[in-house]
Design a binder for this molecule. Sequence first.
Ligand code: ADP
Length: 163
Amino acid sequence: MTTPRIALFPGSFDPVTRGHVEIVERGIQLFDKIIVALGENSAKKYMFSLEERRRMLELSFAGEERIEVAVYNTLTVDFARTQGARFLLRGLRDGRDLAYERPIAIVNKYLNEEIETVYLVAESSYSDISSTLVREVIKYGRDPEGLLPDAALEVVRQKFQDS
Ligand code: ADP
């Protein structure tokens, strides 16, 4: 039996967007399993709590047998190793993403040369959606329908229904 090809899709997912989902849906055609890895950085301020972000991811990928959700607070390559993942999956929206990603990929390679970073170019109508943009929409009291997977939208609506 060959070793399963497992990829980690790391991110903050604050919140998960349709752009993220699209990358995972395309990625699962390349890998046997994708672990959507929610990075928790205690120095970072988030709009959604860890539990809310995890719940939104779980709802978005419910019923997808080969897609898992996990939380980590270590170096991404170290977490990948504990999960048996040899690939890191990332999405590239534009030149800014590339400039941001390049040094990270180089350092990750230095930290663990067995782990390969794989990029998928965002090319759909969702490619302009960022979590930052979604947070802005929410902050100003608008419903972000269409920007997030419908399943995740419920978590947002519940959180802000009284405000
Ligand atoms: P991080 O804080 O690590 O950048 P994000 O949750 O913002 O985490 O993004 C996780 C990954 O998803 C990154 O590779 C990012 O480039 C990618 N991504 C974010 N939004 C989109 C989108 N609309 N289309 C494609 N890829 C995206």
